[in-house]
Ligand binder design. Structure first.
Ligand SMILES: [Zn+2]
Length: 273
């Protein structure tokens, strides 16, 4: 499932359409990705308009057409944005295609868990404004994160990090990476962290998000080779730090990977503040 940096990567795929007029639109009517949206309205409101801007926030994207057309896209499990040639012929999974004079902007989603929204208004949609502060913005800060950990004190860290109402954009692989780099076991309870551990967690969330945006988000390249990312699903995968065999299991209903050596189930004295 696309997370923070993958969503940014896909947002950029539609950059060839920026400042270009949308001449023609193809839609697979009746597909559930368009639930709540009238395809006719979408076509009428976007066709002939120019794509002015695009933005990603957490796992959501927002594209602006003309003054007041807002197209929201959530990629779900298998959604992708692609740019193809002007003469591109849509396949069965290409549910929305916007054609400019130069290219075709494609939304592809084989499993249809994604969502497309559209509205016309002077201001960005209400749902967009409700997304909590971006991880890389000053609004996502240590005191706010610490109080969130306290409020959700009984939640295992892995499940906590997957909450989009506080950690927008963090998904399964990022949560595993953050906890591994912060040396925190995924089943540790959020309310039981020491001050030093909270600081470490906050530092790792910011750092991993920033580096992921600079690699995956920018050009789809891999994050650093020292990260867990490249080892977590390798058969016989070993921890890139201590070389112990990695553990795998379900935490908070999601398949997780951690290092039993680097991420002890109980805090080590030297790591508590
Ligand atoms: Zn290790």
């Amino acid at each position: 499932m696309p997370e923070l940096a993958e969503v940014e990567f896909f947002r950029r795929q539609w950059n060839p359409g920026l400042r270009k007029k949308i001449r023609l639109i193809h839609i697979h009517r009746g597909k559930r990705v368009f639930r709540g949206v009238s395809p006719s309205t979408l076509i009428r409101q976007i066709q002939g308009k120019t794509m002015i801007s695009s933005e990603a926030h957490g796992k959501q994207m927002l594209f602006r057409f003309g003054r007041d057309g807002w197209l929201g896209i959530h990629l779900g499990m298998t959604g992708k944005l692609l740019a193809r040639s002007r003469s591109f012929s849509p396949g069965s999974h290409d549910h929305l295609v916007l054609r400019t004079g130069q290219c075709s902007l494609v939304y592809q989603d084989p499993r249809l868990f994604g969502r497309i929204r559209f509205q016309t208004s002077r201001e960005p949609p209400e749902w967009w404004n409700r997304i909590p502060p971006a991880i890389l913005s000053p609004g996502f800060n240590l005191p706010q994160m610490a109080s969130f950990c306290q409020r959700r004190g009984r939640t295992p860290l892995k499940a906590l990090l997957l909450r989009q109402d506080s950690f927008p954009g963090i998904g399964n692989w990022m949560a595993d990476e953050i906890l591994w780099q912060a040396r925190l076991h995924p089943k540790r309870k959020a309310g039981k962290l020491g001050c030093g551990e909270i600081q470490r967690l906050h530092f790792c969330i910011k750092k991993i998000s920033r580096v992921a945006m600079q690699t995956i988000g920018r050009d789809g390249s891999d994050p650093p080779a020292s990260w867990l990312f490249l080892y977590r699903w390798r058969s016989g995968g070993r921890c890139p730090r201590c070389k112990k065999t990695l553990a795998r299991g379900s935490v908070g209903g999601r398949t997780s990977c951690w290092c039993p050596q680097c991420q002890p189930a109980l805090p080590r004295r030297k790591h508590s503040a």
